[in-house]
Ligand binder design. Structure first.
Ligand SMILES: Nc1ncnc2c1ncn2[C@@H]1O[C@H](COP(=O)(O)OP(=O)(O)O)[C@@H](O)[C@H]1O
Ligand SMILES: [Mg+2]
Length: 340
């Protein structure tokens, strides 16, 4: 659906003496985003996420490279082609970008009015359907200032969907929302993705957002993609230090503290990762019985990555036939990391 071929971006900023200064924001990047997937981009502030996203609908012009959308080279579009192309790409923002002097219904109708090829009756019925879809049918005549943050973002989503786009770009769309509202907006995005088969590209700095809705993820650092893959792989087996830090932060939020180094705990320390069906198998009891190894659970988590259940356990093992226990675990449907 979206393909980057050696796309790069350098901003030129005039300094006080009028000389140009160059800010490299995106290194030459190759990227393929499939039709119908929810693709996440995670990175710290300044990593180049917004630049990459805004290149997709050419809110930013690339300094070089080609961007293909559905096989069409969007870097080659003229003004007219670009206007038509942008109707196929919806976008939502961290601070919603609603027109405060217009009603909810008028905000949602705006892209249809600008497109200029819809009758008034068509626009009215489409706006009503969109507001119903995002759960705001009773708020059509209100103004944005009368809505909560979550409701404002729902207006933003309805407006983004008005022209029936095939792509939805989300730039930190939940970053201004509390955790509960974030969860409900992410749920809405997941439903829209499933029902409308829309491709979603979503920026965040929170691994939790990636874990809840994304199929694949790219991790950005210093204007480059440093790691990418299915969320289950990247989240459970992060390789790049930046990815590892994001995953640790996500766990620390849940535990309410930093990871213990277990210096005072005797025995071998293992970290087991289960995924899918293996999450529910009674593996540890079997290993303990058959090898005489005792274990204590130091930390653990059972959760979901989108629809896939997973578990991660940090264990201390003592006594028994340690080699046999390790071999048994290794042969099972579980990923074993020996931490010590
Ligand atoms: N319009 C701009 N003009 C000049 N520099 C910019 C502009 N937009 C972004 N940058 C710079 O490009 C880099 C990447 O920014 P951005 O894509 O906004 O990152 P992120 O969204 O990950 O926070 C940063 O160094 C930022 O300061
Ligand atoms: Mg940004």
């Amino acid at each position: 659906m979206i393909e980057f071929q050696q796309v790069h971006k350098t901003y030129r900023v005039a300094d006080r003496r009028g000389a140009g200064r160059e800010v490299p924001a995106l290194q030459p990047t190759d990227l393929v985003i499939g039709a119908g997937e929810v693709f996440g981009l995670i990175g710290h502030s300044g990593a180049g996420k917004s630049t990459l996203l805004r290149l997709i609908n050419r809110l930013e012009e690339p300094s070089g490279g080609r961007i293909l959308v559905n096989g069409e080279d969007v870097t080659a579009l003229d003004a007219d082609g670009l206007r038509r192309f942008r109707q196929r790409v919806g976008m939502i923002f961290q601070h919603f970008n609603l027109l405060m002097s217009k009603t909810v219904a008028d905000n949602v109708a705006m892209p249809l009015r600008l497109a200029g090829n819809h009758s008034r009756a068509e626009i009215d019925s489409r706006v009503a359907a969109l507001l119903a879809r995002v759960g705001l049918q009773d708020h059509a005549r209100k103004y944005p200032a009368q809505l909560s943050g979550g409701q404002k973002q729902r207006v933003g989503i309805a407006r983004a969907l008005a022209t029936e786009p095939d792509i939805l770009l989300c730039d930190e769309a939940t970053s201004a929302l509390d955790p509960q509202t974030t969860a409900s907006v992410l749920q809405l995005l997941a439903e829209i993705n499933a029902e409308l088969k829309l491709t979603i590209v979503l920026i965040t700095h929170e691994m939790d957002v990636i874990r809840r809705v994304c199929d694949r993820v790219a991790v950005m650092d210093g204007g480059a993609i440093v790691e990418q893959g299915p969320v289950t792989d990247v989240f459970l087996h992060p390789k790049h230090p930046t990815t590892q830090r994001f995953v640790l932060e996500d766990e620390a939020v849940d535990d309410g503290e930093q990871r213990d180094d277990f210096a005072h705990v005797p025995g071998r320390i293992l970290r087991l990762t289960f995924q899918g069906e293996a999450t529910y198998k009674p593996l540890l009891g079997t290993v303990a019985r058959e090898t005489g190894v005792d274990f204590s659970i130091l930390s653990g988590r059972i959760d979901r990555i989108k629809d896939t259940p997973y578990g991660q356990l940090t264990l201390a093992l003592v006594g028994g036939d340690m080699a046999a226990a390790l071999a048994h675990l290794d042969a099972a449907d579980v990923h074993v990391e020996v931490l010590r």
